[in-house]
Ligand binder design. Structure first.
Ligand SMILES: Nc1ncnc2c1ncn2[C@@H]1O[C@H](COP(=O)(O)OP(=O)(O)O)[C@@H](O)[C@H]1O
Ligand SMILES: [Mg+2]
Length: 342
């Protein structure tokens, strides 16, 4: 394998130290992905340079011109503190004719907007929860079309930001309060969906043209009380103590209805293509008791931390962490950007 110069873009607050010796899991957690990717790429034999970015494109440009990386590994999930600006960084790299890992700007734009993505998927008859969008600065009128309980979330934020038990609402007053919360605290439009009771499934997808899906993964809520919604709130995702207390874990989805594995694999590839994604992604689904699957969201560039769902499900498919990072690099190098065919 060729030794490559790999420039890893990351949020400037998440540039990891060289070693994690002596640090606790809690201390490592915020920049674990960044650390794992840098360490994994170095272990794979590459020449790796982490680069912290916040709101200055010049930092990226200078480093690329100076160091001439073979590829830029894109771990940025925002720019200027704005989540939807991540697509512009991919655009910038593409306009510089630089190869980069992960999703292309169009895929980022379509998939990261949970409302836009559902509008497109509905056209293609992909099953998604019924929904409405409440824009900021507009009155919150109740909708008769949707059936309570409803789930209120941000149209564009990720990582369950703003999602807690209070996101599941059962009447119009609570709906209004929670929409106001998303508008004022999360500071984005609000997406209100019918709440889908059921199992929580994740499926990884890799590829540009030829796609591969990873084994179906499931989040379990073993010790979570029955009266509490079994959903991936921010606490469920990120609070290690809370996870222990409520028996939250993820692993291979067992005892799925017959044929669902193949059905999901096919569905994921369709969604990935409809949303023009490339590189790697992860689809989040709910499986209702009647066997119907609903897409909750399509994640371009999902969390790549070692031991997280995407890497674990790859491992299950026989792809080691280093091999996974290498594949992501290969896909980035092979991606045919429009400028190459213009
Ligand atoms: N319509 C829904 N019905 C049931 N649970 C939902 C619904 N929408 C979101 N959730 C729960 O909230 C979690 C986070 O929502 P998601 O749309 O995946 O946003 P994020 O980008 O924050 O991961 C999901 O993993 C799921 O547990
Ligand atoms: Mg999600």
């Amino acid at each position: 394998m060729k030794r490559l110069r790999v420039l890893v873009l990351m949020h400037e607050d998440l540039v990891p130290p060289d070693t994690i010796a002596g640090l606790s899991d809690e201390e490592i957690a915020p920049w674990k992905t960044e650390y794992d990717v840098v360490a994994g790429l170095s272990n794979a034999g590459h020449d790796v340079r982490p680069l912290g970015v916040f709101s200055d494109l010049g930092v990226i440009r200078r480093e690329i011109l100076r160091w001439k990386p073979h590829i830029t590994f894109n771990l940025l999930e925002e720019f200027h503190g704005v989540a939807v600006y991540d697509q512009h960084v991919a655009s910038y790299l593409e306009l510089m004719c630089e190869p980069y890992t992960g999703c292309n700007p169009r895929g980022l734009m379509l998939a990261h907007d949970k409302a836009l993505c559902k509008k497109i998927l509905s056209y293609h008859r992909v099953s998604v929860p019924d929904f409405v969008v409440y824009q900021r600065r507009r009155a919150v009128k109740p909708v008769a079309r949707l059936k309570f309980p409803l789930l209120v979330k941000s149209t564009t934020e990720e990582a369950s930001l703003g999602i807690s038990q209070a996101s599941v609402v059962t009447n119009n007053d609570k709906l209004r309060d929670r929409v106001a919360f998303v508008h004022e605290q999360v500071k984005t439009d609000a997406l209100v969906e019918e709440y889908i009771e059921g199992r929580e499934l994740y499926v990884g997808v890799m590829g540009n043209q030829r796609l591969q899906t990873l084994p179906v993964w499931e989040m379990s809520f073993r010790k979570m009380p029955e009266h509490v919604a079994h959903i991936a709130t921010a606490k469920v995702k990120w609070d290690l103590e809370y996870q222990k207390k409520h028996g939250i874990s993820t692993g291979v989805a067992k005892h799925l209805p017959e044929g669902l594995d193949a059905q999901l694999a096919k569905l994921c590839k369709r969604i990935y293509r409809i949303l023009e994604m490339s590189g790697y992604g992860r689809m989040d689904f709910r499986l209702a008791a009647d066997g119907q699957v609903y897409l909750l969201e399509a994640n371009p560039n999902p969390n790549l931390a070692y031991g997280e769902d995407f890497a674990e499900s790859a491992e299950q498919a026989g792809i080691s962490y280093e091999a996974l990072l290498q594949r992501i690099i290969n896909l980035g190098l092979r991606y045919r950007a429009p400028w190459q065919t213009a």
